[in-house]
Design a protein around this ligand. Sequence first.
Ligand SMILES: [Zn+2]
Length: 455
Amino acid sequence: GDKVFFLTGTDEHGTKLFNMAKKEGIEPIEVADRHADRYKVLTGALDISNDDFIRTTEERHKRGAQKLWLELKAKGDIYKAKYAGLYCSGCEAYVLEKDLIDGKCPNHKIAPEYLEEENYFFRLSKYSDKIRELIESDELLILPSARKNEMLNIIGEGLTDVSFSRPKKSLPWGIDVPDDPNHVMYVWCDALSNYITALDYEGAIGEERGNRGALFRQFWPADVHLIGKDILRFHAGIWIGMLLSARLKIPRAIYVHGFITSEGQKMSKTLGNVVDPFDVISKYGVDAVRYYLIREIPTTLDGDFSRARFETLYNTELANNFGNLVNRAFSMTEKYFALKIPAGNVSVECKKAIAYAKKTWSENIEKFDLKAAIEAALALSDFGNRYVEEKKPWKLAKENTESLKNVIVDLLEIVKNLGEMLKIFMPKTADKILSAFQTDGMIKIPSVLFPKLRP
Ligand SMILES: [Zn+2]
């Protein structure tokens, strides 16, 4: 396959984190460390195969963000001006009076703070038409299309220039503006550049680049930025403007996902319905959690985490469908062929079912529709179980060894292909399935994939 670089990380500057630290009476970096550690443990617990994890408080990031600032400045796109407005620390952005509900930010339910400051500004307005054009033509593909329209609406009459710094006296927690020790960069200006600072952008365009910047040359532009629906306007607006200003290539696609509710309601500490991913993973296993998130949460919409639904899907699909098929195929190989994979050709009927499932699977992965892709695997497993019912190998065992052999060959082929298809979704499960097929032509039966949950 292609060489891929998966990046994730934590955005650690800004007012929100600064205030949190103040409230706890500790240094901002201590809060940032705590958050980053928690996310690192979580990516591990979820079996996520990221190649890098960048923290915006790392030196490599700071150097890159400052380098990019200087590029924008050199293009004449950064200027100083007075600004007065309402700032929401939840959004980490200025908000407009007309968008408030009862004087509060509709997203964060907090009253924004009135700020009157002299800040640096980024000339985003200059790139507004170009950004609109890139989005309209899908040169910058925003998925799903409802989000593309939403962004075009935001651009509306045109994007305005954005405040790009904060005076240190009101917010000391941020990356220094180069050449001006009295200002720190606006948090989004610094955070968005993580996509290139992690690739050593600074080394790639520095004077003495030597061997540096290889990652940037190899992997930029990104094929996709995978983001939550609340930060679309920063990614499809400010970030694209910054890249255009710096004459860098823009990402090919921005893929926007929804939020997860808990038992039908927004997760909140007050409601006490926050789902702790570590709890769920330790109770059901990481693959069951990954399965639920992909299978049950529509890839681009909001979805719900419900205990009852989780357990239903676990039993009906993981235990009784996938688990059952794998168990049947392997235990019949044991019973009738002493674990030796019988020789023979896969039937046309099975070949067709497998080819169809794989085609649906890969087409949907191409479209980022992971739910539809995993459902293609589920459908193949379903086919396998029906196939067993139809062919009744236990009857064939008494009558016709040749037909029995063919059925087992078919089932093992289905199981092996399921293992391949599930690799990206449930790596541990796929590994158990695939490593059962020994190189000496024998089956080594793995432990039960998904032990049934009892009420
Ligand atoms: Zn807000």
